[in-house]
Structures are given as structure tokens and as C-alpha cells.
Design a protein around this ligand. Sequence first.
Ligand code: QUE
Length: 370
Amino acid sequence: MNASPVESTTNAAEVLSEVRGSVGFITLNRPKALNALSLSMIRALTECLLAWRDDARVQAVAFRGMGKAGPFGAFCAGGDIRFFHQAVRECDAALEDFFTEEYTLNHLIHRYPKPTLAFMDGIVMGGGMGISQGTRWRIVTERSRIAMPETAIGLFPDVAGGYFLSRCPGHVGEYLALTGEVIGADAALQFGLADRRVDSSCLEALWQALGVQSFADAAAVSAWLELQLVPSSAGEKMDTRRIDAIFGLPDLQNMVQALENGVDDLWSQQTLTALRQPSPLLLQVSLEQIRRARHMALADDLRMERDMMRHCFARGTQSEAFEGIRARVVDKDNAPRWNPPRVEEVTPEMVQAFFAGPWPAHAHPLRLLD
Ligand code: QUE
């Protein structure tokens, strides 16, 4: 190993970075928090990617997470939502910076001019999807647990979730956004949320091999990966007809009604239960988000999500997100008191308010994204 001392001492130890051979390697290294992204991690990642973009030694960039028992095993559980809670209580303006900088990082990864890889082993949720979905090689394993669970904490599937969920086949995007359902490797491949499957026992060898090849250019990296990561034979395909029939309905009340009519089957029962846990308001907002995003370019989606996130915390400790985070991770009573408490009580005006841009175009914090 010839790790350069400059790269291996990035500002935060929660992000490890090094260049081996012609590849930049990034390890999310906050295993006790399942690598949940803090603002300092987002800054370290951005700094690293900007430096490597213009570094002629670097032909590709690979991401992985540190697990509790060593590398891999967990990619990233999301954002540092304990920080969100604390920032709301303290009126800390860094909460606003967090989302602006996180979405800028997501955009940077989607647009990165060199091949990128994400080793999506173990938990890959929320912010972890924001890092991985923009990469060229999204590698899943038999241990991958993939989801966008934000409605459970009174948020919506951000980090370009509107963009990548709405581009899943049929109405799978609405299904994943609203229920927060956790999927594995097969479903991720089927839904276009992953590119290749490898056995988790092969991850370390692949990670090491990437750093000892002498790649002349980015095309050589891609050619090598095409040979190493052959498309796996189609696994058992999930039948998505029920998902499309329910989640393609025009609104949430219709979906709930249709599920209630089919409660004798287990899937309808479980799906109904899943829809009764999240914030009714954010369920409606997330449905509107996915449907708007289907016709939006990436940068426009990220600007919309930035607008939406501003509204999510606009009411301080009265916000759905503050209550959701309290209930799920701070007090852990799992009994959020949502307002309004029922789907039927959410008005179109409450939903539309989330899509009103707080900024004129020339002053939007993400105006420079293209
Ligand atoms: C919904 C979510 C998140 C969640 C739980 C939910 C989320 C997230 C975390 C999380 C997990 C472990 C940590 C941490 C945060 O939990 O986005 O700091 O150590 O990041 O029900 O969306």
C-alpha cells in the first residue's frame, strides 16, 4: 500500500480517504452511528471529491462504509438526525447548511466526470442512498438493506429521492417513498437502484484489486470493471402488479381505501399497516414530490427538495420532523403525535405549502446546480 499522507489525513477521521494506484478510496468511518452523515463528513467528502476531480493521478473513486466488525457490513444509515433535533432546539443555522451542502454533494456525485463505485453492503438508507445512487457502479450484496424511510420521522425522501425513486418502474417509487419498505439486492437490481451484485465475501478482494491495477485512464477502469462485474443472471422477479395498481391511484385516500378492501391478503394488510405509521402530512407531501419529480431534471428536483426541507423545519419544535425524530431516535417511544393525526385531515393547501419556493431563482442556495 502506498497511501499518500496527504489523503489519509483528511480533516475528519469520520471520513477516511486515500489514493492507491489510480483510484481514490473513501471509507465512511462512523460505525457506531451506522455511518450516518454529519455536516463535517459531508464537507470532508465534498473536499475530497473536488480535489480528486482535478487530480490526474485519480481515474476513479470508490465508496464504502466501515462496519462494527471492520470494513463493509454497513454503508450508511442516513443523515445525522440527532443533530437535526438538537439544531432545531438550539435554532442552529447549521441545519440549513447541512441540506444545502448535502444536496450539492449528491449532485457532484451524479455529475462526477470519472467512474465512481459504491459498495452498498448492509444498511443503505436515506443519506446513504444520496451518496450511492449517483455512482456509476452501484454494487449490492446479499446483506444489502436498502430503503428511503424518511416519512417515518416526518420527513420526505430527499437527497434526490424524487429523482431516483420516480424513475423506478411503474409506481414502485411511490411505494418505496410512502411505505419506507426495505428491499434487498434482487429488488434493487430489478428497480434500477443497483447495477451489479457480488457476494459480500468478495468485497475486500475487489476493493484491494482496484488499487493495484495500473489504469491508463478512466476508460481503462470502466473496461476492467465490465470484466470483473458481470451482470448476474436475473433472480426471482418481484411481481409489481399489486404495487402499480395501488400506488398508481390518484391520491392517498384512494390507496388506503383500496388496501382496506383487500385486507384479507397479507400484502394489503402489511402495506396498510406501513402507511399508518408515518406522518399523514409528509405522506401526502412525499406523494406529490415523487409525481412532480418524475418530469424534472436532477438539479430542479434537488432545488425543489431544498425548498421542501426548509418547510419541514419551519415550525421549529412544532415541526413533524422534530416530533418524528423525538419519537424514533431521541425518546424511542415510537409513538409520534402527528399533526394532523389522520390522512383525511390533510388539506391540499397544507401539502402545496411545501412546494412554495422560499427564495427567488437568483437567490436559491442551489441556483448554480445544472
Ligand atoms: C427514519 C429515518 C432515519 C432513521 C430512522 C427512521 C434516518 C437516519 C437514522 C439514523 C440511524 C442511526 C443513527 C443515526 C441516524 O434513523 O434517516 O444517527 O446512529 O439517519 O425511522 O429516515
